[in-house]
Write a protein that binds this ligand. Structure first.
Ligand SMILES: Cc1cc2nc3c(=O)[nH]c(=O)nc-3n(C[C@H](O)[C@H](O)[C@H](O)COP(=O)(O)OP(=O)(O)OC[C@H]3O[C@@H](n4cnc5c(N)ncnc54)[C@H](O)[C@@H]3O)c2cc1C
Length: 417
């Protein structure tokens, strides 16, 4: 079967790989000159099933009010006239209950755990290199109340199959000696031994090479303008290089997915949540972490990528504007150098901004559409790198008419209608 994958981010390329494994003739289309040059380029690097707690929780509401008006707030709602944002915001509020949090955690964790297992299997099978680390992820906390809440949540996740273990401040520093400078401030940590980290851009590039070896065709520098339909089927995609056709289509356009779906009558509540990352070479290896870390209160993640340290975080609703806000990016760098003094130099830092394709319930949108030959693999928000392999695999199964290895209940677009 001929399959067109729209989008060459980490999600699109992973989908292409699994489709090619099914024996399909696959073409990937992207407007950029290469793979993973938008949101998959310089993300936090964590493969973190342990991060599957949704953004919308009862506690988030309290925090958002505390952060309102602060330019350095980890989550910044910029109020603007944007019906897409307001509609998204209302659905987000509706998900801030304990009941919805439990449901959404299970759904996100289901695909994240499957994906982590697929990634490990893929590495064994085709031996990809992407500056990866397999020492687990440690979430650390300064506020005893936040730590208490996190311990409860870790118990819920452990029951759902994601091993998470609370540890005291001394054990945090034993595990990651680079935390020594803040040991006195710590209330505790939660360690997830099976989580990993790695450079999503290098991963996608390596997978692209592998895909090419399997016959996948990549059409870069090609902007998709519209999806053509007739009598309930997709008949082609209009690009700036002409119309492209296939038997099946998979849409994996990250934050831009709703824009091409709207003319088809499909309204997906995916909104871009801008975030920043900072990457710099490590100048003293003993002072930079090798275990991937999450500072939950400041919403920062730290991943050692070979000789580099990547730090990412903050979220801002600024529409599709990818301009780098220097102040917010520098706050990330300043906090990093406070936690790990002397690990790198401010002057070496490279800043980046990307748009997380965020759904209001923090669960991606994976599966069929009302058009039988169009499938969705989008809306992965904070965890697109974590969920890429599993999402690619289940969508390739669906396209091929096989049963996916996990239930897709609650992951499809039908939950919004
Ligand atoms: C600051 C930050 C930190 C993050 N940290 C992590 C992390 O630690 N772990 C994790 O799992 N996830 C993380 N994420 C989330 C993760 O990066 C995303 O979920 C993931 O990259 C989404 O991948 P994607 O392939 O769906 O989208 P993208 O990578 O955005 O790919 C979509 C592709 O579609 C193409 N495209 C769009 N519109 C068109 C068009 N009209 N025509 C042609 N091509 C088009 C784009 O060029 C792009 O290549 C982070 C994100 C940010 C912003």
């Amino acid at each position: 079967m001929r399959v067109l994958v729209l989008g060459a981010g980490v999600v699109g390329v992973a989908t292409a790989y699994y489709l090619a494994r099914h024996g399909h003739e696959v073409t990937v289309v992207d407007r950029q000159p290469g793979v993973a040059l938008e949101t998959s380029f310089a993300n936090g690097g964590q493969v973190s099933a342990s991060h599957a707690e949704p953004w919308a929780t009862p506690a988030t509401l309290r925090r958002v009010f505390k952060w309102l008006g602060r330019a350095d707030a980890p989550l910044l709602f910029r109020f603007r006239f944007d019906p897409q944002l307001w509609g998204w915001g209302l659905r987000f509020l509706a998900n801030c209950t304990a009941f919805r949090t439990r449901i959404n955690t299970e759904r996100a964790l289901r695909i994240a755990l499957h994906s982590r297992a697929c990634l490990k299997e893929l590495r064994r099978e085709i031996g990809l290199e992407y500056d990866h680390g397999t020492r687990g992820i440690l979430h650390f906390y300064r506020d005893p109340k936040e730590f208490g809440h996190a311990v409860e949540q870790a118990g819920v996740m452990t029951d759902l199959g994601c091993r998470r273990r609370p540890i005291d401040p001394a054990a945090c520093v034993d595990m990651e000696p680079a935390l020594a400078a803040v040991q006195g401030d710590l209330a505790g940590g939660i360690y997830s031994p099976d989580d990993e980290s790695g450079d999503a851009y290098l991963f996608t590039q390596s997978l692209e090479k592998h895909c090419r070896g399997m016959g996948v065709d990549f059409r870069f520098g090609t902007t998709i303008r519209a999806v053509r339909t007739d009598k309930g089927l997709v008949t082609g995609i209009e690009t700036d290089g002409g119309v492209m056709t296939a038997d099946r289509y998979v849409l994996a356009l990250g934050s831009y997915s709703p824009l091409l779906l709207r003319p088809l009558g499909i309204r997906l509540p995916i909104y871009p949540a801008k975030g920043y990352s900072v990457t710099f070479p490590v100048c003293d290896p003993a002072k930079a972490p090798t275990v991937s870390l999450t500072d939950d209160e400041h919403k920062l993640v730290f991943s050692r990528l070979g000789e580099r340290l990547r730090v990412a975080g903050t979220a801002e609703t600024a529409g599709y504007d990818t301009t780098l806000n220097e102040h917010r990016a520098r706050v990330i760098l300043k906090r990093t150098l406070e936690i790990f003094p002397g690990c790198g130099k401010e002057s070496d830092a490279e800043f980046w901004a990307g748009l997380r394709p965020k759904t209001p319930d923090s669960v991606p949108v994976i599966g069929p559409t009302p058009f039988p030959n169009l499938f969705l693999n989008t809306g992965h928000g904070t965890l697109g790198w974590t969920m890429s392999c599993g999402s690619g695999r289940v969508v390739a199964d669906l396209v091929s008419g096989s049963d996916p290895e996990i239930s897709l209940d609650g992951l499809g677009m039908d939950r919004f209608t």
